[in-house]
Design a protein around this ligand. Structure first.
Ligand SMILES: [Fe+2]
Ligand SMILES: [Fe+2]
Length: 299
């Protein structure tokens, strides 16, 4: 089926990107609500989380071996080849989300609070970080859906933490490409997780549906983030992003050994390079944001 959108790598002018930032800023406020800096949250996301917490769904059975999850979710202790698929997918999701959590925690201290942010892009970035913090809470709720009540968000090792802390200090022209690629990696990963839910949790339909609801809350934001981060890039950065994408994907997933039992990283790389929104459920696109230069003019 032909896509209704254009490649995320489509050309854009500086004037278009400026207009798109203003448009995105309006979107993100309508979509996420009012910011609460002290809680690192946003009113509409908080409301949604409250709904999930007040209407909990729990799997019919606990995991086959919850101790296996707890022993391996932060660092692998056992051979993932021996894991049941449910544990494998949940430890993989945790490890992915943990990287996000460490990255945003480092950036939070660096960026100005919304009340002090002068530029539209700084305001957008503050909202973006709050949305990411909300995602960690949605992930947390996914684990609770499988009776995993004791999940902790553990910092990465000393060196990785230092690298993440240094990132925000790099100038925008260097960071815009890798920041965009990590967003694209996120949506590609979540799309594959979405497909895996049907087979891995086939015997847990209610829990599977709840995890999917939580995942879709995250994906709507992440779809918007791709366009927003794309908007930071001029033609040189776009070329740079395409070039470094395969290596960044491989490097990242090498650090998550579970991924090779669940995901086809080469396919994910190709999908990311070809990304034009066609792999994403239509219902999510309708709620999200897409830059004007990725939209077909006749659409
Ligand atoms: Fe994210
Ligand atoms: Fe994101």
């Amino acid at each position: 089926m032909p896509s209704k959108h254009l490649s995320i790598f489509s050309k854009s002018t500086e004037a278009e990107r400026k207009d798109n930032f203003e448009d995105y800023w309006g979107f993100t406020q309508r979509h996420s609500g009012v910011i609460f800096e002290a809680e690192q949250t946003l009113s509409k996301k908080k409301e949604r989380l409250g709904y999930f917490q007040e209407h909990p769904v729990r799997s019919r059975k606990p995991l086959p071996d919850p101790a296996l999850f707890y022993r391996n979710y932060v660092n692998l202790e056992d051979d993932p080849a021996t894991f049941d698929r449910k544990t494998l997918l949940l430890t993989c999701i945790y490890k992915f989300a943990r990287h996000e959590w460490v990255g945003i925690s480092a950036a939070w201290d660096y960026l100005p609070a919304l009340s002090e942010a002068k530029s539209t892009t700084d305001k957008i970035s503050r909202y973006h970080l709050c949305e990411e913090f909300c995602h960690v809470r949605f992930f947390h709720e996914m684990f609770r859906t499988f009776h995993l009540e004791d999940v902790k968000w553990v910092p990465l090792g000393k060196w990785m933490n230092r690298i993440y802390r240094m990132f925000p200090y790099f100038p925008e022209f260097l960071m815009s490409a890798p920041a965009f690629v990590t967003e694209l990696m996120g949506i590609t990963f979540y799309t594959h997780v979405d497909h895996l839910l049907d087979t891995v949790f086939a015997d847990e339909p209610e829990a599977r549906d709840r995890v999917r609801e939580l995942l879709y809350e995250i994906m709507v934001d992440e779809l918007a983030h791709i366009g927003q981060r794309r908007n930071f890039m001029g033609p040189i950065a776009v070329r740079f992003a395409r070039k470094q994408l395969p290596a960044l994907f491989r490097l990242f997933f090498r650090d998550i050994p579970e991924s090779k039992y669940l995901l086809d990283v080469d396919k994910m790389i190709q999908e990311a390079l070809d990304f034009d929104y066609r792999t994403v459920p239509q219902q999510l696109l309708a709620k999200s944001w897409i830059p004007s230069y990725c939209q077909l003019k006749s659409a």
